[in-house]
Design a protein around this ligand. Structure first.
Ligand SMILES: Nc1ncnc2c1ncn2[C@@H]1O[C@H](COP(=O)(O)OP(=O)(O)O)[C@@H](O)[C@H]1O
Ligand SMILES: [Mg+2]
Length: 221
C-alpha cells in the first residue's frame, strides 16, 4: 500500500503548496506518485496547468470514476487530482464524509505515494484527509506570529491523533529570535536537519534552499 502524506497548516501563505509540489516531484523520481489538490483555491492544479471539469468531489458524488479525475502531469510518474471551487461546498458539508477515507484507501493501492495539498481553513474535509494520512508535514513560516500558529496547529493535530513534523520555512534574519525559540521549545517536532541544515542566510532564495535540504533529509530518515 502507498503512503499518504498531507501538507497541513492553519496559516494562509505558509508554503503548503510550494512544499507539496516539491515533495510530489521528489517522490515521482522514486515511483508512481499522486498529488491531490484539496484546496478550493487550486494553486497546485494551476502550477501544473491542469484545469479540469471533474475533481475528487465527482468521485465522492459517485458521478465519475477514477480515470476521469486523475490527470497526468508533464513530470514523469506524477499524476494529479485537481481542485475545483466546488470543494468549498465540501468543506462546509456537515454530513458523513467518510467516503473520502475509502477513496484514499483505494488510491493508496494504485500509487506508491500520495501527497495532499490542503486549505488553511479548518473543515471536516481537512480533518478526514489528515486522519487518513500516514504522516503530516507542517511548513511553518518563521515570523512574528509563528508561535501562535504553531500552538494552534499542534493542538489541532493532537486532537486528530496524527503523526506530524514541523518544517520551518521562509526564514529571514530579522526573525532569528523566533527561529531560536522554535528550535529550543519545539525541537522534538522539527524535521531534523544535518549540520549544514541550520545554516540559514537571509533572503527568500536562500530560505528556499533551506527548505529543499530539509525535504530531502526528511525522506532519507
Ligand atoms: N521556502 C520558501 N521560501 C521562499 N518563498 C516561499 C517558500 N515557500 C513558499 N514561498 C512563497 O510564499 C508564497 C506562499 O506560498 P504557498 O506555497 O502558495 O503557500 P500556501 O499554499 O500555504 O498558501 C508564494 O509566493 C511562494 O512562492
Ligand atoms: Mg496553497
Amino acid at each position: 500500500m502507498g503512503k499518504i502524506l498531507t501538507v497541513f497548516s492553519l496559516r494562509k501563505g505558509s508554503g503548503k503548496t510550494t512544499l507539496a509540489i516539491n515533495i510530489a516531484k521528489i517522490f515521482a523520481n522514486r515511483g508512481r506518485t499522486l498529488l491531490i489538490d484539496l484546496d478550493p483555491i487550486g494553486d497546485s492544479s494551476k502550477y501544473f496547468g491542469i484545469k479540469a471539469k471533474y475533481s475528487i468531489d465527482s468521485i465522492l458524488n459517485k458521478e465519475k470514476d477514477f480515470p476521469e479525475v486523475v490527470h497526468k502531469c508533464t513530470t514523469h510518474n506524477l499524476f494529479i487530482i485537481p481542485s475545483t471551487p466546488r470543494l468549498i461546498k465540501w468543506e462546509n458539508f456537515i454530513g458523513n464524509l467518510n467516503g473520502l477515507s475509502s477513496v484514499l484507501e483505494y488510491l493508496s493501492g494504485k500509487f506508491e505515494n500520495i501527497i495532499i495539498d490542503t486549505s488553511f481553513q479548518k473543515s471536516k474535509l481537512l480533518e478526514l484527509a489528515v486522519k487518513s494520512s500516514h504522516k503530516i508535514i507542517v511548513p511553518l513560516k518563521v515570523e512574528q506570529s509563528s508561535i501562535y500558529f504553531l500552538n494552534k496547529i499542534i493542538s489541532t493535530l493532537k486532537t486528530y491523533n496524527s503523526d506530524f513534523m514541523i518544517l520551518p520555512t521562509m526564514y529571514k534574519d530579522e526573525n532569528i529570535e523566533i527561529y531560536r525559540v522554535i528550535i529550543k521549545d519545539y525541537s522534538n517536532l522539527l524535521i531534523k536537519l544535518g549540520s549544514n541544515g541550520i545554516k540559514i542566510d537571509d533572503g527568500i532564495s536562500s530560505s528556499f534552499g533551506f527548505q529543499q535540504l530539509a525535504i530531502s533529509q526528511f525522506f532519507i530518515s
